[in-house]
Design a protein around this ligand. Structure first.
Ligand code: FAD
Length: 471
């Protein structure tokens, strides 16, 4: 018998439960289907990453991946019929739209006499299994993780790649796959992404290499160093986790072999659990991407200011660490977590712009864009999310820069026009005496912008708007 494995966000061979189960049944036909109107994926950066990841998977499958562009509800039965498949297997997705679609597809395939099996290939804990004693979902992270997840069964051990697989051949009568059409769709006709080839290396093997590098070089400093954007102490695995080049189970158990202290391992595992918590929130509160989790924020008087938004997007706010973050995003497709929090806080609490505008820009620019994590994180930053930073906690981007980028490595890298400013003024060039600016070759307002807003005044304005909500 032949079984179709429908690849989605699990573009790997090892620890792939659907693939392993299918190989035990007989021949496997690996299929990927890109829906043109896919609303849950990201923008150009994310599509570029996906194209790279699919190309790598196809190479690992000896060129056997059948890629389609279209509606899976139509294509899957057609392909199954043509190849004489007895079943269709996949690893589950957890976003609201995908759950609804997959449920309907499952029903229609079963009605056609096909065996359908779905597996958990991307989460450590199923969202519906972690509930409070009263059977309602947790809204606060620590009890969710400590009292909910950790008392469950330990996460499943990762599985090996199938030892041997017999790949099915697609008969001529089947819908014709087209890797080229998909490539063209994912890459578009602009070659802006060429600059990323040196930065990113996508695929299962590259992800494992990255993870091993982190285990031997980053994990030991994770606990102390993860907040410092100029240091190499974080894993940079978000992109691999996003496309499923690695599973969270592989990461969770891979940590056991590392030489690092318990604090770093615990801290790192709790970040993986924040990823789980984001998926959990989206599962239980499907409107998370567009509605305030705390409805009291529905009346917040957000400003509409296209000019300010544009300057934030392009890294021209005149606040150096904010601009460094936004330029890192544009140049590399990711941003360090500490800086994501800072630029988010600045957008929402200094510019008073709606968090959804920030989330939309991140969606457009992030290679690691993830509907669940991005939505939950923006709500967290804005203060309206589950277990969010309180609204009145407003990051000061000057002191944050001085604390977390003390010698300016990160900020100077992405804002080179300030490279010669002494550390003392790097995060507040508007305070520098004229002679210092001259020596550093900086003409404020020409080489680098004056600050878009006064930090103290805008902070006070945000607090007043917040207090006016009478929360
Ligand atoms: P590490 O510190 O090495 O963490 C390991 C893994 O844990 C990450 O790869 C990620 O899967 C998970 N993780 C780490 N921090 C968080 C967090 N705060 N919330 C949830 N999971 C986390 N991450 C995304 O993957 N996609 C997004 O679209 C995204 N949008 C964000 C938007 C905002 C406003 C903020 C504040 C954070 C966002 N994050 C997002 C979370 C976080 O910034 C990234 O996961 C992290 O920077 C990736 O780098 P890393 O792999 O080196 O992280």
């Amino acid at each position: 018998p032949t079984v179709i494995v429908w690849f989605r966000r699990d573009l790997r061979l090892s620890d792939n439960p659907a693939l392993l189960a299918a190989t035990a049944m007989g021949q496997v036909l690996p299929v990927y289907i890109h829906e043109n109107n896919q609303q849950e994926g990201g923008g150009g950066a994310w599509r570029w990453g996906l194209q790279q990841a699919l190309a790598a998977l196809n190479a690992d499958l000896q060129g056997k991946l059948c890629c389609y562009v279209g509606d899976p509800a139509r294509l899957l039965p057609e392909v199954a019929h043509a190849v004489g498949a007895t079943g269709v297997y996949w690893n589950r997705l957890y976003t609201p739209q995908a759950i609804k679609r997959d449920r309907a597809i499952k029903q229609s395939l079963i009605e056609r006499g096909l065996q359908v099996r779905s597996f958990n290939g991307s989460l450590l804990w199923e969202p519906w299994q972690v509930l409070k004693a009263d059977k309602t979902p947790y809204k606060v992270f620590t009890p969710y993780y400590r009292r909910g997840c950790l008392v469950q069964d330990v996460p499943r051990q990762p599985m090996d790649a199938p030892p041997t697989v017999t790949w099915a051949t697609l008969p001529a009568a089947a819908p014709a796959p087209s890797m080229q059409a998909l490539d063209a769709l994912l890459l578009g006709d602009v070659s802006w992404h060429k600059k990323w080839h040196g930065i990113w290396s996508m695929g299962e093997e590259a992800a494992q290499t990255r993870f091993e590098h982190f285990l031997s070089h980053g994990l030991a400093c994770y606990d102390q160093g993860r907040d410092f954007p100029g240091r190499d102490c974080t894993s940079r695995l978000s992109t691999a986790l996003q496309y499923g080049l690695l599973s969270p189970n592989q990461v969770w158990y891979g940590l056991e072999h590392a030489k690092a202290d318990e604090h770093s391992v615990d801290k790192f595992r709790s970040e993986l659990a924040w990823r789980e918590f984001a998926y959990y929130q989206l599962f239980h509160f499907p409107s998370l991407p567009h509605k305030n989790f705390q409805p009291k924020f529905d009346h917040f008087p957000w400003l509409e200011d296209e000019v300010a938004l544009g300057r934030w997007q392009t890294g021209q706010t005149g606040i150096p660490i904010v601009d460094a973050g936004m330029r890192e995003l544009w140049q590399t497709g990711v941003m360090h977590n500490r800086v994501r929090m800072l630029v988010g806080s600045f957008l929402v609490k200094n510019l008073l712009l709606d968090w959804r505008a920030g989330a939309a820009w991140f969606k457009d620019c992030l290679v690691d864009y993830d509907l669940a994590i991005n939505s939950a994180s923006w709500q967290w930053v804005a203060g309206c999310g589950a277990d969010a930073a309180p609204y009145f906690r407003i990051f000061n981007p000057v002191t944050q820069g001085e604390k977390f980028d003390r010698n300016g490595t990160y900020t100077r890298r992405f804002v080179p026009e300030l490279a010669n400013l002494p550390d003392q003024y790097l995060f507040k060039p508007w305070m520098a005496p004229a002679s210092i600016l001259r020596q550093a070759g900086v003409r404020l307002g020409q080489d680098y912008p004056e600050p878009l807003v006064d930090l103290a005044a805008s902070r006070a304005q945000a607090l007043a708007a917040f207090q006016a909500l009478k929360i």
